[in-house]
Design a protein around this ligand. Structure first.
Ligand code: AMP
Length: 304
């Protein structure tokens, strides 16, 4: 679940009018490379194009939990990236249909094993968990500084109910009030999630669990056009891989992180969801091999 939205994006390379975005959209498109059995919980207005709903349906996404509100407008977000592409300013957030979003879990959604709570208000994320009759095998969630600023107590309640938290380094520092990410990871995991993934933009991602840490680099890319949705694409690839392999071990989470990073590396190559819509599973598999080659080496210890 997550926002299904219109975005307007400005980067040093160009500007878009309203294009389709939203955390839920990126998560669904990205996880569809690994699983054809997906169910979305979200809300749009009747201004949202049927063509995108058809694309999602063609990728196996069950849309029964996607509410279409007559006479209302879809969530709209607009952002501008700085020259380094690692940071951005939010220019506009129009909640529209998200303002009174009451998530519906259709009967045939009950019993799901894997849940990815995309970026939305922590109250709505929690409502989804509470409306599931059976505890899923793994619940992961994303959040952002916006919710830490305006709904920290609600966010902490939701955090106490999930297994995996996926956030970026800046958000981890804000949430924990610690600069060191190792210290931050301890503070945040004490809030509930046993697993913490910290995304570091063009520098890859870290996974913390117990006293184990795993680091995966991001692929050095020649062109980064638009980082919007990279985090959600990562989350979708991560959960899609876990669901497809039905394995929540730490070792498998490492592989899922590589799957997520590979998908995110495609997503940033063009504006919005464009690149995710043109690549195939074969392209993803080839890129994963590049990841393996990037970080793989055999060390020979010399005798001193
Ligand atoms: P990311 O670049 O991965 O952080 O995600 C970007 C997406 O998040 C955009 O497509 C936006 O539509 C969506 N988004 C931005 N702000 C919010 C918000 N407050 N709640 C839900 N979704 C949001």
């Amino acid at each position: 679940m997550g926002s299904v939205a219109f975005d307007a994006i400005e980067t040093p390379f160009g500007k878009t009018d309203k294009i389709i975005g939203g955390a839920g959209t990126y998560i669904a498109l990205s996880s569809s490379f690994y699983t054809k059995d997906q169910k979305i919980v979200a809300v749009v207005g009747d201004d949202f194009p049927q063509s995108m709903l058809d694309i999602l349906a063609s990728k196996g996404v069950d849309l029964e939990g996607l509410q279409i509100k007559k006479g209302e407008k879809t969530f709209f977000w607009s952002g501008r990236y700085h020259n380094d592409m690692n940071s951005r300013d939010t220019l506009v957030t129009e909640l529209n249909v998200l303002e009174h979003f009451d998530p519906i879990i259709p009967e045939n959604y009950q019993g799901v094993d894997y849940v990815m709570l995309g970026n939305l208000s922590p109250q709505v994320q929690r409502a989804v968990i509470e409306r599931l009759e059976k505890r899923p095998k793994l619940i992961a969630m994303d959040t952002m500084n916006f919710w830490m600023d305006i709904a920290l107590d609600e966010l902490k309640k939701t955090l106490s109910m999930v297994d995996v938290l996926i956030i970026n380094d800046e958000e981890a520092r804000q949430l924990s009030k610690e600069y060191s990410l190792v210290k931050a990871s301890k503070v945040i995991r004490a809030m509930g999630p046993k697993y913490l993934i910290i995304k570091k933009g063009e520098h890859g991602a870290l996974l913390f669990h117990g006293d184990k840490v795993f680091f995966a680099p991001a692929l050095p890319l020649e062109d980064v056009f638009d980082p919007t949705g990279a985090g959600d694409t990562f989350a979708g690839g991560f959960m899609g891989y876990i669901a497809a392999s039905d394995d929540t071990s730490f070792e498998n989470m490492k592989r899922a992180i590589i799957a997520g990073l590979a998908l995110a590396s495609f997503s940033v190559e063009k504006f919005g969801t464009e690149r995710l819509l043109e690549i195939s599973r074969n392209d993803v598999d080839t890129r994963i091999e590049e990841f393996v080659a990037l970080a793989n080496f055999e060390m020979v210890q010399t005798v001193g």
